[in-house]
Ligand binder design. Structure first.
Ligand code: DLL
Length: 437
C-alpha cells in the first residue's frame, strides 16, 4: 500500500480546535433532540437538574447522565427512539444481558452516516472500487453483514454478500470471484487460513490482499499469525450496535490504533468504578455520545470496553483520535464466534428448568481456531440417575433450550450434584481458556 487514501479528508484531517467546535455544535443539537423527543432522557436530565441550554460545548459532556445496556432493556424495544417509527427504515438487534435483545433503529440519514463511516473504514484499509469484498460477517439482525455491505457499496467495490459460515463455499467463491478483501471475525479468518492450508484451493490461486476483521477482541499476535498464514494485511475494525454497528473506529495502514469517527461519535474514557472521566492516555472504559444519529441518539453510552485514547496526529495524516485495540471489558460479557453472550442469559434458561440447579460453569476454548462453549451443569439430586439414557435425554433438552435462546451451539456436560466448586465471594461462572495473547 503506497498511496494514502482518505475517504473524507475534511473531517478526517480536521484541526483539533475545529473538530471540537463541530462536536460542540452537534452535541448541543443532539441534547435538544433527546430532551424534547425522548421522555427517558428528559426525566434523567431533569433529575440531574439539567436543561438543554446547560450543554454548550464538549466540556459540558461530563455533566450529562450515562446510558447503559440496562437502560435500553428497560425501554425495550423502541422506547429510546427519538423520531417517529414512520421515519425508521431499519432495525437491528444484539444480545441483551438476559432474554431481551438490545434493539437499535436507523433513519434514512443514519444509514447514510453508517455507510459513510464504513466507507472511511474500507478506504483506511486501502480498499477501493476495483476491489471485491467478500462479506463473511453474518447478515441479519447482527450489524456486521449489512454494515460492511453498505460501506463496501459506497466505495464502489464489488460486494459479495455471502454472510457467515459454509467454509467450502467461502473458499470456492473467494477463488472464482477473485475476492481481494475479506470481512469477517478474526477467529473465522484464522479458521479460513487453516482450511486453505489443508484444502485443494491453494493460496497462490487467490487474490486476497486485505482483511477487515472485528466484532470480537483479538491481539497483535493473532494479527501476525493471520497476516502470515493468509498472506494479507489484517486490519482491525471496531463498533457496537448501540452506537451504529461496525465503523465506529478503524485502522489506517499504519495499524497504530483505531481512528474514531469522532465527528459522529464523541469518545470519553472513564474510570468504571468512580465513573469520573480519566485524563488523556489513561486506560479505562470507553464511553460514546452519538451526535448526529437521528433514530437512536445515545448519550454517554457505557460500552464496557477497556481502552485508552491518543490524540496525536497519525502518520497517515488523519487527526481523528485513536483508540487502542480493545482486549478487555469491565463486565462479564463474552464474545463467542462473534456472538455476544452474558452468563446471565444461560442462567435465566436454567432457572426456568426444574431438573437443573443454578450451579454451572461455562468453559470457553478455541480449538482449530473455532470457539467452543461447554456448559458444566449440576443436576438436581433426584434427577441424577445412573441410567445413562435418561441423562442423555435431559442433556439434549437443556442443550436445545439454551441453543435456541442464545443462538450459539453449546455442549452440555451434566455433573453430579455438589461437584462444581462453590465460592464464598463472587462465584466463578466462566473459565475462558482462549488465551488471547
Ligand atoms: O460487533 C459490530 C461489529 C461488527 C464490529 C463487525 C466490527 C465488525 P455488537 O454485536 O453490538 O456489535 O458487539 C459490540 O463487540 O462492545 C466490543 O466488546 C466487541 N467488539 C467489536 N469490535 C471489536 C474489535 C458488533 N475490533 C461489542 N475488537 C463491543 C475488540 C470488539 N472487541
Amino acid at each position: 500500500m503506497s498511496k494514502i487514501n482518505i475517504w473524507n479528508p475534511h473531517f478526517e484531517t480536521m484541526q483539533r480546535d475545529d473538530m471540537r467546535k463541530v462536536q460542540g455544535e452537534s452535541l448541543r443539537d443532539v441534547v435538544k433532540r433527546v430532551y424534547f423527543n425522548v421522555p427517558y432522557y428528559r426525566d434523567k436530565m431533569q433529575s440531574a437538574g439539567l436543561n438543554p441550554e446547560d450543554i454548550n460545548s464538549v466540556d459540558d459532556l461530563k455533566n450529562l447522565p450515562f446510558t447503559t445496556k440496562q437502560d435500553l432493556r428497560d425501554n425495550y424495544p423502541f422506547g429510546l427512539f427519538a423520531i417517529p417509527m414512520s421515519e425508521i427504515i431499519r432495525l437491528h438487534a444484539s444480545s441483551g444481558t438476559t432474554g431481551r435483545p438490545t434493539v437499535v433503529g436507523y433513519s434514512r440519514r443514519d444509514i447514510g452516516i453508517w455507510s459513510e463511516v464504513m466507507a472511511r473504514t474500507f478506504t483506511g484499509a486501502g480498499v477501493g472500487k476495483d476491489d471485491f469484498i467478500q462479506i463473511a460477517y453474518g447478515y441479519g439482525l447482527f450489524t456486521g453483514g449489512l454494515g460492511a455491505h453498505y460501506g463496501g457499496e459506497m466505495v464502489g467495490a464489488s460486494v459479495i454478500p455471502i454472510s457467515g459460515g459454509n467454509t467450502r463455499r467461502q473458499l470456492q467463491l473467494m477463488h472464482d470471484f477473485g475476492s481481494t478483501v475479506l470481512a469477517c471475525t478474526p477467529s473465522y479468518a484464522s479458521y479460513l487460513a487453516e482450511a486453505i492450508a489443508e484444502g485443494d484451493i491453494k493460496r497462490e490461486a487467490l487474490k486476497l490482499k486485505v482483511g477487515v476483521f472485528g466484532a470480537e477482541p483479538w491481539t497483535e499476535n493473532m494479527r501476525k499469525e493471520i497476516e502470515k498464514n493468509l498472506k494479507i494485511k489484517a486490519m482491525d475494525i471496531y463498533g457496537l450496535s448501540e452506537i451504529i454497528g461496525p465503523g465506529v473506529s478503524f485502522e489506517c495502514q499504519y495499524q497504530c490504533g483505531l481512528h474514531i469517527n469522532e465527528d459522529h461519535f464523541i469518545p470519553e474514557i472513564i474510570d468504571p468504578d468512580t465513573l469520573e472521566p480519566l485524563p488523556e492516555g489513561e486506560l479505562g472504559e470507553l464511553v460514546f455520545t452519538t451526535v448526529t444519529k437521528e433514530g437512536l441518539p445515545i448519550i454517554r453510552y457505557r460500552t464496557r470496553d477497556l481502552t485508552r485514547l491518543n490524540y496525536e496526529k497519525c502518520a497517515c495524516g488523519r487527526t481523528l483520535v485513536r483508540m487502542n485495540k480493545c482486549t478487555g471489558r469491565s463486565d462479564d460479557m463474552l464474545i463467542i464466534r462473534g456472538v455476544n453472550l452474558f452468563p446471565s442469559q444461560i442462567e435465566s434458561v436454567l432457572l426456568e428448568m426444574d431438573e437443573t440447579t443454578p450451579h454451572y460453569l461455562l468453559v470457553v476454548e478455541r480449538k482449530n481456531n473455532l470457539d467452543r462453549l461447554e456448559l458444566h451443569l449440576e443436576v438436581e439430586d433426584h434427577f441424577y440417575s445412573d441410567r445413562i439414557s435418561e441423562l442423555q435425554v435431559l442433556r439434549m433438552k437443556i442443550q436445545s433450550q439454551i441453543e435456541s435462546t442464545i443462538g450459539l451451539s453449546v455442549s452440555v456436560k451434566l455433573v453430579e450434584p455438589k461437584t462444581i466448586e462453590r465460592s464464598e465471594g463472587k462465584s466463578k461462572r466462566v473459565i475462558d481458556k482462549r488465551e488471547l495473547k
